[in-house]
Design a protein around this ligand. Structure first.
Ligand SMILES: Cc1ncc(COP(=O)(O)O)c(C=O)c1O
Length: 397
């Protein structure tokens, strides 16, 4: 059975995570085509920005071409400078780490905690307290002498990071907090929707995200100046549009009206999609929580997770096979799964960067396996996937 680009998934195939298009997408996109407003200006761009800013409770939103571009510009407007250092989690999709390098700064990798797999706030505090010192009014890393200027918590897999301790140390050490909410739109921290807890936050609407515009991203912030600067930098830094005057180097990072039209339609469904993912999580949890060698994801008492990708840990000694072998066997049964990210700190571009007390990320990488998590997954499919996981374990005994 094939699952190829451009071809609908074959009958019986259960993909990892595909878009859910069942609202006003066709209608709104047709409106763009009918009116000829297809490019980077148009009413849907502002509508999409308003819908997202309202949803996350931030005053301002600026749509971007993708989440990576949003991160790049967020770091620029937040004042991260070349040769600065930014604290990032060791276990994350690579985009936020690369974005730190785009602005000429350096990532310092902090381990993740074992319960919810988010940046370990105790280790963040430990690093800042013991590895850094204030010098000439600036916080400097004792080992590298560089200025530490920001923390970039990435809310991975639909679960929030523990933000209060992060915001507390950020205040204490005068660091800016740039949140990566790409995987966790709709998740809540202590009742608050993610996106307005830090100084600035970035979203992605890539095809595998809870809502999608095909490709797209957004910056949300309460800082009016930063929002204006984001708009300026993402639209080629135009100072005089008629005379083509550009006083700074800008970027062509704006989202098109067609994509925003899709975004508006998807936003209308977001709450429904979050609920669908939480229902899948309950279904998986019921079936797998007692399976020997399987650890199901936890939700902190202070969190409401979207379970973006429902990810389990596979302990080879107890389960019978490791996560990669389980992945292969599920694939043979037309079920697509995938491992967690290779810890960024040991990838070639980042091997020489500082990595602080990495004790958990490697194990999660070795054991993690994300199960099918599309919004449109049916209960029957969910039960089938879980039964195949259990069967694989039984067959190995
Ligand atoms: C945590 C995280 N940050 C950033 C991105 C980048 O977003 P985009 O693909 O829209 O550039 C992604 C995934 O796509 C992600 O998972």
């Amino acid at each position: 059975m094939v699952f190829e680009p451009g071809v609908p998934a074959g009958e019986g195939f259960i993909p990892l995570c595909v878009p859910e298009i069942r609202g006003n997408e066709w209608k709104y996109i047709k409106e763009c085509l009918d009116t000829n407003w297809v490019s980077s200006v148009g009413a849907f761009v502002s509508r999409f920005e308003q819908a997202v800013s309202q949803y996350v409770g931030a005053k301002h939103a600026v749509a971007t071409v993708n989440g990576t571009a949003a991160l790049h510009v967020a770091l620029l407007v937040a004042g991260i400078e070349p040769d600065d250092e930014v604290l990032v989690p060791a276990l994350t999709f690579i985009a936020p780490v690369n974005a730190v390098r785009y602005v000429g700064a350096w990532p310092v990798f902090i381990d993740v905690e074992p319960d919810y797999w988010q940046i370990d706030t105790a280790k963040v505090a430990d690093f800042l307290e013991n590895e850094c010192r204030f010098e000439g009014g600036k916080l400097r890393n004792k080992a590298t002498g560089r200025r530490v200027s920001g923390i970039l918590p990435v809310h991975v897999m639909g679960h929030p990071c523990d933000m209060e301790p992060i915001l507390e140390v950020a205040r204490k050490y005068e660091l800016v907090v740039i949140e990566d909410v790409a995987e966790s739109l709709g998740a809540k921290y202590k009742g608050k929707t993610l996106g307005s807890l830090g100084d600035i936050a970035c979203l992605s609407f890539n095809g595998n995200k809870i809502i999608t515009t095909g490709g797209g991203g957004m910056i949300v912030t309460n800082n009016q100046k930063w929002a204006a600067r984001t708009r300026y930098l993402t639209t080629q830094a135009k100072d005089n549009t008629l005379e083509y005057v550009h006083n700074e180097i800008g970027y062509n990072y704006r989202l098109t009206n067609i994509q925003a039209a899709m975004g508006v339609a998807q936003m209308e469904k977001l709450d429904e999609y979050v609920e669908a993912k939480r229902t899948h999580a309950r279904c998986y949890e019921k079936a797998l929580k007692d399976a020997p060698g399987i650890t199901v994801p936890k939700e902190a008492s202070w969190a409401s997770s979207t379970y973006w990708l429902y990810t389990v840990l596979v302990d080879e000694a107890k389960f019978g096979v490791d996560s990669r072998e389980l992945m292969k066997r599920l694939r043979a049964n037309q079920i697509q799964t995938r491992p967690l990210w290779h810890p960024a700190c040991s990838l070639p571009p980042y091997r020489d960067c500082q990595a602080f007390k990495i004790e958990v990320a490697d194990r999660l990488y070795a054991q993690g396996l994300s199960l099918p998590s599309s919004v449109g997954l049916t209960d029957k499919q969910c039960e089938f996937v879980a039964s195949q996981v259990l069967e694989c374990s039984a067959a190995c005994k």
